[in-house]
Design a protein around this ligand. Structure first.
Ligand SMILES: Nc1ncnc2c1ncn2[C@@H]1O[C@H](COP(=O)(O)OP(=O)(O)OP(=O)(O)O)[C@@H](O)[C@H]1O
Ligand SMILES: [Mg+2]
Length: 259
């Protein structure tokens, strides 16, 4: 293993009653990598993210970022370690504008791990000076993600694909060093998916953010990833480069299906 990896998951396990969703899962991610997690439905991918960002506490094992133990911390404490995420189901206020949703991301202390209404109170607590500064930062994100046309529209009025990008903006608003993306391309058209690939690359290349990506679309994963881990029944099946993982017979059998 490389000396002092940026982010490590060491033998984490998580059970729900009799169901073991994660079984001593270990991996590391280097700074600046796009690291993808693949596996069939129910493999434990979202549970992994929930254990990382504090929605769930792992039963055993350890999660560290830059050598600092974050295992079992609350979501807001994990966020303070510059880890941000998007959700499999979009977590935005649909009756608020793109601008306001991303603005909330600036001061979102995710006590419950979901994008809760308590975030509204934070927004109202901004001082005028802070407010200006936060809006400036949000406009940078809006420009970066090319969301200008959606800036003042309600999220409910936006096409699904743009909502996904707006959620990406909300996650970027916390200025993370590690970004967890849970199926960002689900439900997107091919064209929207190509745009998303572009944004994810840009987030890594321009902003220097390390990315862990959960994704079912194997073509997208192959296009974008530096390394991939395939998991099944909460355990590591195989990990390696795109070539190594997509050519692995177990992966082909368990995940990709026979060709
Ligand atoms: N809060 C929970 N309570 C009980 N069981 C849960 C809970 N969360 C997840 N599970 C179970 O843990 C297993 C892993 O679920 P998880 O959502 O992590 O899978 P996934 O790999 O993200 O699947 P998908 O590709 O469908 O999103 C599943 O069997 C799921 O039903
Ligand atoms: Mg999932």
């Amino acid at each position: 293993m490389s000396n002092n990896p940026f982010f490590t998951v060491d033998k984490i396990s998580k059970s729900f009653g009799g169901l073991q969703a994660l079984k001593e899962l270990s991996f590391h991610v280097n700074k600046g990598e796009i690291y993808s997690v693949i596996g069939p439905n129910g493999a434990g991918k979202s549970t992994l993210f929930n254990c990382i960002n504090g929605i769930y506490k792992p039963d055993t094992g350890s999660v560290k970022i830059q050598g600092q133990e974050i295992t079992g911390l609350r979501p807001d404490q994990v966020a303070a370690h510059k880890i941000s995420r998007t959700f499999q189901n979009i977590e935005l206020f649909s009756n608020m504008t793109t601008m306001d949703n991303i603005l909330l991301g600036r001061h979102m202390h995710m006590k419950t791990g979901v994008f809760s209404a308590s975030a509204m109170l934070w927004k109202n607590s901004f001082s005028a000076k802070d407010e200006t500064e936060h809006r400036r930062k949000v406009d940078e994100i809006i420009d970066f993600l090319d969301l200008q046309a959606s800036r003042n529209k309600l999220v409910s009025q936006l096409p699904y694909g743009i909502q996904k990008i707006a959620e990406l903006g909300r996650a970027l608003a916390t200025e993370p060093e590690l970004l967890l993306l849970d199926e960002p391309a689900a439900g997107l058209t091919n064209e929207e998916r190509e745009d998303l690939i572009f944004w994810i690359r840009d987030i890594r290349d321009e902003l220097g953010i390390t990315i862990i990506l959960i994704e079912h679309n194997i073509q997208m994963v192959s296009e974008i990833s530096d390394r991939i881990i395939a998991i099944n029944f909460g355990k590591k099946l195989v990990e390696g480069t795109v070539q190594e993982v997509t050519n692995n017979p177990d992966v082909v059998r368990a995940y990709l299906g026979a060709d």
